[in-house]
Write a protein that binds this ligand. Structure first.
Ligand code: FAD
Length: 518
């Protein structure tokens, strides 16, 4: 044992004795040569800021081997682990999913974050090359983008916000306006290195240990800690033509969104949002460098009028982008003349939410509670869900944005652990209710009320049999029964995978899927 480890044992020993000691008989026996640290305030905090569960220690691993030692030691004590472990990227979870009460938080940002871009000739003498990036799971997507752009390449599928870790988004799904075309981020991974709950380090792919590969993708941190990922790349455009068009009818808005996703040869990105008031036009347009002359009547005397905005983008490789935008726009039925278009660098386009973050930070509205609600809704239920939101979420205090855009279910691999609804015509929508609770207008009680309201909306939308048939995304379900219903027919597979890769249930306590009391 080296001196550093010895020192850390002394620091952690005191903590162990007064906290999670219930599950730990002998710290040295449990942790071997792995150095633990005292928890920091951030290990009990996340972006949602509605759950705060303090761990008794954190691990800043320098390698997969460090994680393997920890998990190997903890999992060798069936039937109960001696402590639970949560991987934490940058804690942009909403409900404590990356926390471990009285357990150990493994901070993946300390893993090597190198990004190696590889362009490999395809087997069989094919002319086209296949490009990929081997990245550390603790790397932020913005770091991956910066490195890949140096080689003129970029991943195919994104999240709207880039300051999230690779391991964190791959444990959920990772979606943005490119997902209709390329699938979610979990559909664009070639290989993973994973430390399973048993402490085994495994390199897996679609052909090598495929069950583990698919289990971990969208696996909510339940089966292993991802330490490296191989991400598919494509040629990056220097610029992007970014277009916004406004609508006064939800039906026309969704019809046009579906038109756009039926044109993957021309269109590279499709999203959309509800325009609730004057403020929502401006707050969503901070990064959109064009003057938007849209000041419609939002109604009065309790008669509210809501509008909608489609965002689409076309990659600009230097020719024909004007013709493409003209062709696409000519088929759309937006409110004329309310279509606005700008040309921005590819990096600025992908990094657009950063400007919104900076603006919110400057107003003191970033580090506040975020009671968000995200749902995948089959096409047949979208109008009903919109009405449900109008009657509930939008009927009272609302500060935030509601994103609405379509995705194609056949771009999602059903072997992964991610859950999406059954959508007979192959189209589902994401509805993201992204709320900030400004402490000057919404205190703790108000946040609780919002959470309760979202629970009721989710229960109604996700009700099995006769309901809308929606599935929540990024949510912590309140009970195991809710989780079972969330997974539906894939629950048994999820259980079997848990038994195989994390039989002692060390991993992912913050999701609340396998409480110790069950
Ligand atoms: P954390 O919050 O640290 O962890 C999330 C979960 O993954 C936890 O259960 C954790 O234990 C587990 N985990 C973390 N790292 C690993 C690992 N290496 N191996 C195994 N398990 C791991 N999502 C989208 O899909 N699209 C968006 O456009 C989008 N935009 C967002 C914008 C903002 C401002 C925020 C706050 C979130 C957004 N999200 C979006 C949600 C985001 O993808 C998830 O919250 C994601 O988990 C955040 O990554 P993280 O690194 O912060 O993960």
């Amino acid at each position: 044992m080296d001196l550093r480890a010895l020192y850390m044992y002394a620091a952690v020993l005191a903590l162990l004795l007064c906290s999670a000691a219930t599950f730990i008989q002998s710290p040295t026996d449990v942790f071997g040569p792995v150095a633990l640290l005292e928890p920091t305030p951030s290990s009990a905090r996340d972006f949602g800021a509605v759950v705060s569960d303090a761990p008794f220690a954190i691990l800043r691993p320098g390698s997969s081997a460090d994680i393997a030692l920890l998990l190997g030691a903890l999992s060798s004590a069936p039937p109960r682990p001696r402590a639970t472990v949560a991987a934490r990227g940058v804690g942009h979870s909403l409900q404590g999913q990356a926390q471990a009460r009285d357990g150990i938080v493994v901070e993946t940002r300390s893993l090597p974050r190198s990004v190696a871009v590889v362009v490999a000739a395809r087997a069989g003498g094919e002319a086209t090359a296949r490009a990929y990036a081997d990245v550390g799971a603790g790397a932020l997507w913005v770091e991956v983008l910066e490195e890949c752009l140096k080689a003129g390449l970029a991943p195919l599928s994104w999240t709207d916000y880039l300051y999230l870790t690779v391991g964190g988004t791959l444990s959920n799904a990772g979606i943005s306006g490119q997902a209709f075309k390329h699938g979610p981020q979990i559909s664009n991974v070639l290989q993973l290195q994973v430390v399973t709950g048993n402490g085994e380090v495994v390199t897996c792919s679609r052909t090598k240990s495929p069950d583990l590969f698919f289990a971990v993708l969208g696996g909510l941190g339940q089966f292993g800690i991802i330490t490296r990922a191989r991400i598919l790349l494509q040629e990056a455009p220097p610029k992007v033509r970014w277009v916004r068009a406004f609508y006064d009818s939800f039906e026309t808005f969704t019809k046009d969104q579906e038109l756009l996703i039926s044109m993957p040869e021309q269109v590279d990105y499709v999203e959309g949002f509800m325009v609730l008031d004057e403020h929502s036009i401006h707050s969503s347009s901070i990064a959109f460098p064009a003057r938007i002359d849209f000041s419609p009547d939002f109604g009065s005397n309790g008669k509210r009028k809501v509008y909608y905005c489609i965002e689409f983008a076309v990659h600009d490789f230097g020719s024909s982008v004007d013709n493409v935008v003209e062709l696409v726009a000519g088929k759309m039925s937006h409110m004329r003349p309310h279509m606005y278009s700008v040309e921005v660098s590819y990096f600025d386009f992908l990094n657009r939410v950063r400007m919104e973050e900076e603006s919110l930070r400057s107003q003191g509205l970033w580090d506040v509670p975020h009671p968000w609600l995200n749902m995948f809704v089959p096409k047949h239920g979208v109008a009903q869900l919109k009405d449900l939101l109008m009657d509930t979420v939008l009927a009272g205090y609302f500060q935030g944005a509601i994103l609405v855009y379509p995705l194609l279910t056949d771009k999602w691999d059903r072997n992964t652990s991610a859950v999406i609804p059954s959508a007979p015509d192959g189209v589902m929508y994401i509805f993201s209710v992204l709320r900030s609770a400004d402490p000057s207008r919404c205190g703790r009680g108000c946040v609780e009320e919002i959470l309760e309201q979202h629970r009721r909306v989710a229960d109604e939308a996700c009700r099995v049999g006769g309901g809308i048939g929606a599935k929540q995304y990024l949510a912590r379900q309140p009970t195991q029964a809710h989780w079972r219903s969330h997974f539906g027919p894939s629950w048994d597979r999820f259980l079997a995978r848990k038994a195989r890769y994390d039989p002692v249930r060390v991993l992912g306590p913050g999701q609340g899927i396998f409480p110790w009391t069950d």
